[in-house]
Design a protein around this ligand. Structure first.
Ligand code: FAD
Length: 510
């Protein structure tokens, strides 16, 4: 029999055991070593920018007509467009060692893998810029999408009530009433789709239903008589997946956009690669390498008459025109009197898990995208899924988690304060619900913390006069990050970058 004091002593000693095991990277349950750490090397630098403690040594001054700040998809797309239009007198400054921003990727001995963005829905013909780029990269040619870039089957599955089902719409245990609501919801989304309001890029749509930006997606569902818990879960999951926000935090207009804008796309895909959208970023980087200056953080931007001075720790760029493709929340830390975009940003965490063997369940059942019902996380994608090899003993899974519950600021603090072991245990705990033997499979977990990962389309933000004005803004300083669109997807980032490049060419008179 265990006495109360004996239980306390045992619990203390097992806690000690757990901590010492964790410190040397051992899981207490299996003694299988799990290596890893944080992969977000830019976090301390970002905090030094916030705290305004970054020094500038002024070693050289470079005169250049145009500076692009930030080499995520928006900045790379601005550079891509300028280069195509024959304008080659610019630099693209990126603070990270590797360009790509949220479309960054990594690689180990098993596979390449994404750090964030992992797919691009097959674009409809109306999304012209994406078509143009995909044609240039050989993904689309002679009117066809290259099969090897389209997601192979099985594409997605959901773990619900102790078993996996195909697709993400909960089927297991759904009642007739649930199914009736699914159908009504999808019919309503098709009506929205045909209205011409919910399009990509978002600025090209009609704007007749602005009032839908004034209430949350959860409220809109309730007002429209949707009470199926499964449907609510699906919509909430979709808001967390695309916007990093719960459905009660998301504008109904944006929530509808998720279902109604992408419905226009052809019924196949999505386009994906082992390294996710890093495949696209990598190809853009190769094309644009000569303009790119990595490990070059912009710490100040100052007016210089009608021109600008862009300061980095070692070089000052004197320029006529700035395309600011880094997120707008950074502007107050960089400029005296910046254009204001009052936006919320969603904190996220991703993790790449290297598996030395697959979980017990037959590896061939695993889909590309695997989601666990009612999980705080968003599930995982399998990096080796697109490989043509029929059998992989080892694999890499990318685990996604939008920290959407509660207050974003508190979640950011949690991201900064908690150590790797804390997050590793939460991730393994979540995955073990569907894969009880996951701890015996994983040998490494690398974690990326992103405090301000993506702009959040909170209620009232998309149609706020401030956002709309910034989206139309011209002049010698233009914003280009996808946050100007109000939500962050590849197509919006590319559109913003190309728009900013066009505005610059007009201003420079070329
Ligand atoms: C976890 C996650 C998953 C996602 N999945 C998808 C997906 O599957 N499909 C999809 O379409 N979209 C996805 N997205 C959205 C993604 O944000 C966009 O697709 C796109 O990559 C955003 O590009 P961007 O250029 O607008 O911004 P960012 O990627 O944020 O690029 C900004 C760049 O500016 C740089 N920078 C910042 N400050 C400075 C400075 N002071 N000086 C110099 N450089 C600076 C940054 O390092 C970064 O490279 C995802 C986002 C996240 C966070």
């Amino acid at each position: 029999m265990t006495t109360a004091s004996g239980a306390a002593a045992k619990s203390k000693s097992s806690r000690r055991h757990f901590l010492s095991a964790a410190l040397i990277g051992l899981s207490p349950k299996t003694d299988k070593p799990i290596q890893g750490g944080f992969a977000d090397t830019m976090m301390p630098l970002g905090h030094r920018l916030r705290d305004r403690v970054l020094g500038v040594t002024f070693q050289e001054t470079v005169r250049v007509p145009l500076v692009i700040v930030g080499a995520g998809i928006a900045g790379l797309s601005a550079a891509w467009h300028l280069d195509k239009r024959g304008f080659r007198d610019f630099v693209l400054l990126e603070m990270d060692r590797q360009a790509g921003g949220n479309s960054k990727w990594g690689e180990n001995e098993v596979s390449a893998y994404p750090w964030a963005a992992h797919y691009l829905p097959v674009p409809s013909k109306e999304v012209k810029l994406v078509h143009e780029l995909m044609e240039e990269l050989g993904v689309y040619h002679d009117g066809h999408w290259e099969e090897r870039h389209l997601c192979h089957s099985p594409q997605e599955r959901l773990y619900l009530h102790g078993r996996w089902q195909e697709g993400l719409e909960p089927e297991v245990a759904a009642t007739k009433a649930d199914r009736t609501q699914y159908k009504r919801f999808h019919d309503q989304m098709r009506e929205f789709e045909q209205s011409g309001e919910w399009v990509i890029p978002v600025d090209n749509g009609k704007r007749t239903r602005r009032e839908l930006d004034q209430l949350s997606m959860a409220d809109w569902m309730r007002r429209n008589g949707y009470d199926s818990p499964y449907l609510h879960w699906l919509v909430d999951y979709s808001c967390r997946d695309d916007y990093g926000a719960r459905s009660h935090q998301t504008s109904a207009w944006a929530g509808i956009h998720y279902f109604a804008a992408r419905g226009q796309q052809e019924d196949k895909g999505p386009l994906t690669w082992p390294e996710g959208n890093g495949w696209i970023a990598g190809r853009l980087i190769r094309k644009l390498d000569r303009y790119l200056r990595t490990e070059t953080m912009v710490v100040r931007i100052r007016p210089n008459g009608t021109k600008w001075r862009v300061l980095t720790p070692k070089t000052t760029y004197e320029t006529d025109m700035v395309i600011f493709a880094a997120p707008a929340f950074l502007l107050p830390y960089i400029m005296e009197d910046p254009p204001r975009l009052k936006a919320d940003y969603s904190p996220w965490l991703t993790a790449n898990l290297t598996l030395d063997r697959w979980p017990e369940e037959n590896a061939s059942n695993v889909a590309w995208d695997n989601v666990i019902y009612n999980s705080p996380g968003l599930g995982y994608v399998v990096a080796t899924h697109q490989s043509l090899k029929t059998r992989h003993d080892r694999t890499v899974w990318t685990y996604y988690w939008a920290l959407a519950d509660g207050v974003a600021k508190d979640n950011r603090r949690l991201l900064a304060e908690k150590d790797w072991t804390y997050w590793k245990e939460l991730i393994l705990g979540d995955l073990s619900r569907a894969h009880p033997d996951i701890r015996q499979c994983v040998s490494r977990i690398d974690i990326m913390r992103m405090g301000h990962a993506m702009v959040r389309p909170s209620v009232g933000f998309l149609f706020s006069p401030q956002r709309e004005a910034l989206a139309r803004q011209t002049g010698s300083f233009v914003l280009a990050n996808s946050d100007v669109s109000g939500f962050s997807i590849f197509e919006e980032a590319q559109y913003r970058g190309v728009q900013a490049a066009e505005k610059s060419l007009r201003r420079i008179g070329r």
